[in-house]
Design a protein around this ligand. Structure first.
Ligand code: ADP
Length: 497
């Protein structure tokens, strides 16, 4: 009994244990299943997320592709624009500018049809300047259409705005009409706006059903039309400059011709004058010689005694005849040198020696007026190439004048200096000076400044004229600087020996 009870107890305990074990195992399984389910849920969620991300990646990739395509298109367009811009900006004629725009350029910009019009104020209408891709009858229709709707296009120019199929939706009357007239499905119309001259617009379009224009295309054509405007402006400017230059050249030519005629006339007159002076001087010389000769005979008493009163008159005749002979000689010399009849020698001349000779001649008057005379002839400017006799006359005239117009106890100096192959010689005095307005005139024949000294001192007004001719015959130049009341400086150039 006890055994079976014990067995029963064991069995009972075992059963309970088994049941407990079973329950525990079941519970464990349930827990596992729960965990697995949570795992599956998490996995599913991750999968969904991944799916979402994959979709996003695909979408982004598509968008990137589209952007890339658009970018490629833009770059092609920009290159085309650059090429076009280079060729149109180098054209300096309106017609050439439009001729430069070719179908291939247009194709690179993404269009196959284009036409451009400029407004002609005189005709009060738009003139066709460019036609790409249109047949004769098509362009005729377009021209008529633009002509009949001038105000719209003038408004477009006034508002300086580009319009295109991007901003005009399908189905609108305007879009349908433009598509129909211009035979396109997409288009851009952009104003051409040079600062000066005729303004207008350019139309570009395409009939390609695969093409949908973007704002980028609109921008591209706007830049293109701006460049046409700029090129037209340049052409206008060039034409204006060219015309001005032509006019100027014409005027210069006319003036040159007139001047040449005047110069020829002056030469003829001057020659006639020289001939006349020369002839008159010759005619005067013979009777003058006779007058002087008779006066000398009478003065010498060869025709009988000469009473004092008559002697004085005869001496006057003699003196005046000398002056007249001097004047005649000067006149003759001027006209001969002017006409090139006097050949100037070109011999080396020592300036110091020449000046000593001149001083010998003038020393009496210098002493009388107590004038201080000095020379400054440096060794490198002491010798010139000239005609000795003529150079003597130059010094006698210039120093003689300086003495004439310098008051008592004044100063006169002669200096020379080398300048390359030339020697510049200056005769300076502290005399009365020359008024500025007379500085050019004193070198003309018979001109004498109207001043007190000239009223007292005799003179012919031929000295400086002769000096100028002599210097010029040596290929030199003479000029004068003077300050009224302070003195004058006559300087001239001669070739260095
Ligand atoms: P002339 O001495 O016979 O009058 P010139 O032809 O030598 O003729 O000179 C023309 C004029 O130039 C003179 O009358 C004088 O008015 C002016 N002139 C020339 N040299 C001088 C000088 N050194 N100082 C002031 N005036 C001068």
């Amino acid at each position: 009994m006890a055994i079976s009870e014990t067995l029963m107890n064991i069995l009972g305990i075992t059963t309970v244990a088994v049941i407990f074990a079973l329950i525990t195992a079941y519970m464990f399984k349930i827990e596992k299943v729960k965990q697995l389910r949570a795992l599956v849920d998490t996995l599913k969620k991750s999968l969904d997320e991944m799916d979402e991300q994959a979709k996003l990646i695909v979408r982004t990739d598509m968008e990137l592709n589209k952007t890339q395509e658009e970018l490629d298109k833009k770059i092609t367009g920009l290159y085309a624009l650059q090429r076009l811009s280079r060729s149109i900006s180098s054209s300096l004629e309106e017609s050439r500018i439009f001729q430069m725009i070719s179908p291939s350029h247009l194709e690179d910009l993404g269009f196959e049809k284009a036409c451009a019009f400029l407004y002609n104020d005189k005709e009060q209408n738009f003139m066709l300047k460019l036609n790409i891709g249109y047949f004769e009858d098509e362009i005729k229709t377009i021209r008529a259409f633009v002509g009949s709707d001038k105000l719209t296009y003038l408004d477009l120019i006034r508002n300086e705005k580009t319009i295109s199929s991007v901003s005009i939706p399908h189905g609108t009357l305007l879009r349908e009409k433009l598509n129909d007239i211009f035979k396109v499905s997409e288009f851009v119309i952009s104003p051409i706006l040079p600062k000066e001259g005729a303004k207008g617009f350019i139309f570009t379009g395409t009939l390609n059903p695969d093409v949908t224009l973007t704002e980028g295309d609109e921008e591209l054509i706007t830049i293109f039309s701006n460049q046409i405007g700029q090129a037209l402006e340049n052409a206008q400017l060039f034409e204006q400059t060219w015309r001005a230059q032509q006019e100027l050249e014409k005027k210069v030519e006319e003036r040159t011709h007139a001047l040449q005629m005047a110069l020829t006339e002056v030469k003829i007159v001057s020659r006639r004058k020289s001939d006349f002076i020369s002839a008159v001087a010759h005619e005067l010389r013979t009777p003058l010689t006779s007058i002087k000769g008779y006066a000398a005979i009478l003065l010498a008493g060869k025709l009988g005694d000469v009473p004092e009163e008559i002697r004085l008159r005869l001496e006057k005749i003699n003196r005046h005849s000398d002056e007249l002979a001097h004047l005649v000689n000067d006149l003759l010399d001027i006209s001969r040198i002017e006409s090139g009849k006097v050949a100037m020698k070109h011999e080396p001349i020592d300036l110091k020696k020449t000046l000593e000779g001149v001083l010998d001649l003038l020393s009496v008057q210098l002493k009388e007026k107590q004038i201080q005379f000095s020379t400054d002839i440096p060794a490198d400017a002491a010798s010139v190439l000239a005609d000795a006799t003529q150079l003597n006359r130059v010094f006698i005239n210039l120093i003689g004048n300086a003495m004439k117009f310098t008051p008592q106890e004044g100063k006169i100096s002669v200096s020379s200096q080398r300048s390359g192959e030339q020697i510049e010689i200056a005769v300076t005095d502290t005399g009365c000076g020359i008024p500025e307005e007379a500085l050019d005139a004193i070198f003309e024949e018979f001109y004498r400044v109207d001043n007190v000294i000239n009223q007292d001192v005799r003179g012919t007004g031929l000295g400086l004229s002769l000096v100028k001719r002599i210097i010029e015959a040596h290929n030199g130049k003479i000029r004068v600087k003077s300050r009224l009341g302070h003195g004058s400086a006559f300087s001239f150039t001669l070739p260095a020996a």
